[in-house]
Write a new protein. Structure first.
Ligand code: ADP
Ligand code: ZN
Length: 715
């Protein structure tokens, strides 16, 4: 059997991803390999497929028991005999397993490094007596002090090559800078290893950074549209994971907390519930996630800024392993950076502290970017990429820019006149000519005092932030950070350098996977078939089939086993075991609705790529329904979206002029709201609502804002 035939037969996929084919070939040729692939890239297949093709046993070293159980379940479901060894198994179970190993009945054996070399190397001696054909080391960066997740027990693996000198070793990891790479090769003693570095780009993840203001409400807005989907929310502290989980529950979401301080039973229960989709949201510290290969995580949220890009990228990488469109959202506040600075210092190690502070600094730069975030991330991992990606918040936002040289000059000369000794709040009050006693008398005599009175506080904050990002100002840390000039400031002050600011932003709506042209009703039925099978087999649902596969079925409506074979994710065993069960709801659905198979439209079995949806189609659909006389609530129900989303769609058309604003708000109210918006800005709705009171609804406010934007554009 060739590798590609085995891929189809055992895994139901028709093509290799990234460098899987080359990696597998090397392994089959008996060569040592180091493979670097992003989280979700498909590392497991690189040793699972050779394991199937090679005679004898493949030993898989992996750090976490949770991961092993899952992988073993998934392999068994695909008809590949696999097992794991852990300390929870009783002597009976263990000796039965040994028997099966001796009889050559197992293709893959998963275990933790400390098991292998524990109790006087008994196990490794036993394994040496078996026909071992391959050793795979997952999460290989754990062996290095330089990695971000060093595990001392991994150091035991240095002895592997002594026991198995002629057996090929494949080491795999999702994060490894040059230093870690070198360390892995050395510590594992790999022989002439081939190193494969795949692209770290995760095309299906949309990256967004949002200012940490009112972040709980922002989060609710975000979750509201994803009620049925799984996600991970990361917090910095244990306490905040618990309080956030509690708050989300209060809002009706299915959420549980996870952190290292919980007792083992609670941890295991919450993790298991999440894996089985019984709980949709896990609110966790970074203690959660390694080894979680749940494929249908649709979003990862960071409530606080992570300490470095490596960690951030690995955490966000847990979204969308199934290849479907997924989101990574981070709430950023400059205050977080200050907080983390303390943590970044490593006691008595100025050299390492410096590295950590630099990493933190890179993380801050990422948050403040006004250029493509994906490009920045890939560059961080030494990878070239286009200027824009079209799927990060920066690329999805249209910026209007204007000449802000004069504003910049006012700001910079204020900093200069105040002798670079004050923070942004003081500088802004000074610029705006505040009468407050906090402003020193001598400063009130300066010429620059009050020259920026025409600009609101929030705008000044934004401008100062942008000037800092552009390098014309710098924030000098310490307990009371102050604004200082930079070497570039002079050119602006002299007028030889112009400065542009961003005026307004129109955020295009992101495609959400709820809008793919699949049969939603059928998808639900398929999910319930999957749930039944999963319960029967006692494994998490996604081990049976991924969401991506079910969506393909609900899209192409296969009518026979032969047609089902064309769906990505159905290998021979799964087809034989579960094919019929999945066909039942498809057939009856098609009969009820008078639909036929669309499998012919799926020319070739391909790995499913997230479809790039035109951003406005979903709005148009809402508009059509609205124009046919349906109410917001009715449309929301029909489209399975929240009324808030529908409102968002419709108010967009108020801005374009396709819907008259009078449909949403009366003339009198419009004027009052307009007044409030002009006074307080339109950045946040809730303060406006508070000012206007109960008589004014969010719909009315939103409609007015859209109308005002429309007016501005046409004038
Ligand atoms: P990693 O260990 O690199 O984080 P996994 O090995 O868990 O990633 O793979 C992620 C997902 O991609 C899994 O659901 C896996 O079945 C799927 N996958 C792997 N290789 C392929 C392929 N060639 N075609 C389609 N899906 C694949
Ligand atoms: Zn981008």
């Amino acid at each position: 059997m060739t590798p590609i035939q085995a891929l189809q037969k055992y895994f139901g996929y028709s093509e290799f991803r990234h460098q899987q084919a080359a990696i597998i070939q090397h392994v089959l040729d008996n060569k040592d390999v180091l493979a670097l692939m992003p989280t979700g890239g498909g590392k497991s297949l690189c040793y699972q497929l050779p394991a199937v093709l090679l005679d004898g046993l493949t030993i898989v070293i992996s750090p976490l028991i949770a991961l092993m159980k899952d992988q073993v379940d998934a392999l068994n479901v695909n008809g590949i005999p696999a097992a794991f060894l852990n300390s929870a198994q009783n002597p009976d179970e263990q000796s039965r397993l040994m028997g099966r190993l001796k009889n050559n009945e197992i293709k893959l054996l998963y275990l933790a490094p400390e098991r292998l070399f524990g109790s006087e190397n008994k196990l490794v001696e036993f394994l040496k007596s078996l026909p071992v054909s391959l050793i795979a080391i997952d999460e290989a960066h754990c062996i290095s002090h330089w990695g971000h997740d060093f595990r001392p027990e991994y150091l035991m693996l240095a002895g592997l090559k002594d026991y198995f000198p002629n057996i090929p070793v494949i080491a795999l990891t999702a994060t490894a800078d040059k230093l870690t790479q070198k360390d892995i090769l050395e510590k594992l003693n790999l022989k002439n290893p081939a190193i494969f570095i795949s692209s770290f780009n995760r095309e299906n993840i949309t990256y967004t950074v949002s200012p940490k203001r009112d972040s709980f409400n922002q989060l609710l807005d975000f979750l509201e549209e994803r009620k049925d989907e799984s996600g991970i929310i990361y917090c910095l502290s244990r306490k905040s994971t618990e309080s956030l989980a509690a708050n989300l529950k209060e809002e009706g979401f299915s959420a549980e907390a996870y952190h290292a301080g919980l007792d083992n039973i609670t941890k295991a229960r919450n993790q298991e519930a999440f894996l089985r989709d019984d709980v949709k949201i896990i609110v966790a510290t970074i203690a959660f996630g390694m080894g979680i290969n749940k494929s249908n995580v649709r979003y990862v949220v960071h409530m606080d800024m992570p300490k470095n890009i490596e960690g951030y990228y690995q955490e966000t990488g847990r979204a969308g392993r199934d290849g479907l469109a997924s989101d990574a959202i981070l709430f950023y506040s400059p205050g977080d950076a200050m907080k983390l600075k303390g943590f970044a210092m490593v006691d008595d190690n100025p050299e390492q502290s410096k590295i950590m502070l630099k990493k933190l600094d890179d993380m801050v730069r990422y948050c403040q970017l006004q250029t493509c975030r994906r490009q920045f991330l890939l560059k961080y991992f030494d990878e070239e990429s286009p200027e824009t990606c079209g799927s990060c918040d920066v690329c999805l936002t249209e910026f209007k820019r204007f000449d802000g040289t004069l504003i910049a000059q006012k700001a910079l000369s204020a900093v200069y006149r105040l002798k670079e000794r004050f923070g942004s709040t003081y500088v802004i009050d000074f610029l705006r000519g505040s009468k407050s006693e906090k402003i020193r008398e001598e400063h009130k005599q300066l010429k620059t005092y009050g020259v920026g009175a025409d600009i609101s506080k929030p705008d000044w904050q934004r401008y100062l932030r942008e000037l800092t990002t552009m390098g014309y100002l710098q924030v000098d840390g310490g307990e009371y950070p102050v604004l200082k000039l930079t070497t570039q400031s002079e050119a602006v002050l002299k007028g030889s350098q112009t400065v542009e600011f961003i005026e307004s932003e129109i955020v295009e709506e992101k495609h959400s996977f709820a809008e793919l042209p699949f049969e939603a009703e059928l998808l639900n039925e398929l999910k319930s078939v999957r749930r039944d099978i999963a319960i029967n087999e006692n494994v998490p649902a996604y081990v049976i089939q991924s969401d991506a596969t079910l969506m393909e079925i609900a899209t192409y409506l296969p009518q026979s086993l032969d047609e089902l074979r064309m769906i990505s994710g159905f290998g021979d065993i799964k087809l034989a075991r579960y094919g019929r069960e999945f066909l039942v709801p498809v057939k009856s659905f098609c009969e009820r609705k008078g639909l036929n198979s669309k499998i012919a439209q799926k020319k070739q079995k391909r790995e499913r790529k997230p479809r790039a949806e035109k951003p406005n189609e979903t709005r148009k659909e809402t508009l059509n329904l609205y124009q046919s006389g349906k109410s917001i609530l009715e449309i929301a129900q029909l489209r399975k979206l929240s009324p808030m989303t529908i409102e968002g769609h419709l108010t967009y058309f108020v801005q374009t002029g396709e819907i008259d604003v009078s449909n949403f708000v009366s003339r009198e109210k419009l004027l009052v709201i307009q007044d409030a918006v002009e006074g307080y800005g339109d950045e946040k709705l809730s303060p406006l609502k508070e000012i206007l009171g109960d008589n004014y609804s969010y719909t009315e406010i939103k409609a007015t804002i859209s109308w005002m934007k429309g007016q501005m554009q046409s004038s």
